[in-house]
Design a protein around this ligand. Structure first.
Ligand code: NAG
Ligand code: NAG
Ligand code: NAG
Length: 406
């Protein structure tokens, strides 16, 4: 099934738009899940059936990376148990290559920081049951300006990545020629399809020109936002921007509000808990952005919450969304497999307050008895609750539940 993005647009996106327009005119009805009909449309590479999970170097290290750090991170993913929970992509971001291509026009790993080369690194990572991701740019230089981008070298670079055993490409948007991202990103998508190795393709054009509307025929994920940073303002703003495109995500193709900041030190524990919970509910890629070699117990407690990870990796693959918001009171919810519903009560304001969610607003019949599971206390709140649930939520904190009708 090889197709260019225009054909993809007509076959996949156009019906989705019609579906969205017709759905948007109705009240939220989470049990009516027309999206489910589209889960068969995985990309031809078959990847990202559920949102990708792993680690990326940028949020903590920026350009300060080398092969020692990447190897130690791979080891730490295994020793902390994170790898066994699904965090399997070890992704190198910007600054891994020499400033110039070699005589044949190939990208070359930077000899001062990656002296053994990327293929050796891929072997190292693969030997631990993990996968290696790399980074390039749909322009002439990457954003750091320290290495070449792939614009005009798409086929050659895709072949290089495949030869090295790369499993994932994050493709950035700096220093391009002014042409449309639709064209520049489709070109790399088509190059990757030809190399005979499944490479997860992650579009990073910062949401420009609404990639949700055109990237899903050739990419496994696309950024919906500008770069995240380690602040409350950034995670709330990225969550809201990503929320707009909820109906376009699904198995094989995900909205991406950017990599996790959990553990980088700029936010409180409760703020990081909210960040992780909402990213999981939105079916965002869960790419850890802290230094796993020295990760704290508290950070591990968040990142290793299997009940929350299971929401993110749920086979139904429907992005949860904001269903109510008033005076900092927010309810986010979405359907899960097995006719279950995930709910996050999120208090974005400055003091503790009660938040109530009614069964009707999440698509459940009001008088139905519901089993309520708290995913952060790992306990059952009730095994037969009717009508509604109320919780006291501290400032900037959240509660996360799965509702199962009896
Ligand atoms: C939600 O959708 C389901 C399935 O299409 C339907 O049976 C149910 O009546 C709908 N509920 C509401 C409240 O619209
Ligand atoms: C962090 O992100 C927020 C929201 O996008 C933005 O307003 C702010 O300027 C950013 N801060 C830094 C230091 O980049
Ligand atoms: C979601 C929610 O209940 N938010 C509350 C947080 O606290 C402030 C101040 O008490 C309330 O006004 C919000 O409604």
């Amino acid at each position: 099934m090889v197709m260019n993005w225009r054909v993809g647009f007509v076959i996949f996106i156009f019906p989705l738009i019609i579906l969205c327009i017709s759905k948007a005119t109705r009240a939220a009805n989470l049990s009516s899940n027309a999206h489910h009909d589209y889960t068969q449309f995985l990309l031809v590479n078959g990847l990202a059936r559920t949102p990708p999970m792993g680690w990326n170097s940028w949020n903590h290290f920026y350009c300060g990376i080398d092969e020692r750090i990447v190897k130690a991170t791979a080891d730490a993913l295994v020793s902390t148990g994170l790898a066994a929970l699904g965090y399997k992509y070890v992704n190198i971001d910007d600054c891994w290559a020499e400033g110039n291509r070699d005589g044949s026009g190939n990208l070359v790993a930077k000899s001062s920081t990656f002296p053994s080369g990327i293929k050796a690194l891929a072997n190292y990572v693969h030997a631990r049951g993990l996968k290696l991701g790399i980074y390039s740019d749909a322009g002439y230089k990457t954003c750091s300006k320290s290495m070449p981008g792939s614009l005009g070298h798409e086929d050659q670079d895709a072949r290089t990545f495949a030869e090295w055993g790369v499993d994932y490409l994050k493709y950035d948007n700096c220093y391009h020629d002014g042409s449309k991202p639709q064209e520049r990103y489709a070109r790399m998508g088509s190059a990757l399809r030809k190399v005979g190795r499944p490479i997860l393709y992650s579009v990073c054009d910062w949401g420009q020109e609404n990639p949700a509307q055109w990237a899903s025929s050739f990419a496994n994920a696309w950024r919906t936002t500008g770069d995240i940073n380690d602040t409350w303002g950034s995670i709330t703003s990225n969550a809201d921007s990503n929320n707009i495109w909820g109906r376009y995500g699904g198995p094989g193709r995900w909205n991406d509000p950017d990599m996790l900041e959990v553990g980088n030190g700029g936010m409180s524990l409760e703020e990081y808990r909210s960040h992780f919970s909402i990213w999981a509910l939105m079916k965002a890629p869960l790419l850890i952005g802290c230094d796993i070699r020295s990760v704290s117990r508290q950070t591990l407690m968040l990142l290793r919450n299997k009940e929350v990870i299971d929401v993110n990796q749920d086979p139904l693959g429907v992005q949860g969304r904001k269903i109510r918001s008033k005076a900092g009171l927010e309810i986010w919810a979405g359907p899960l497999s097995g006719k279950r519903v995930v709910v996050v009560l999120w208090n974005r304001s400055l003091s503790r307050a009660p938040i109530t969610v009614g069964w009707r607003e999440v698509g459940l019949s009001p008088s139905t008895g519901v089993i309520v599971r708290d995913l952060w206390t790992h306990s059952f709140v009730s095994r037969s609750l009717r009508f509604r649930l109320t919780a006291n939520v501290a400032s900037h904190a959240c509660k996360m539940y799965i509702l199962t009708t009896i």
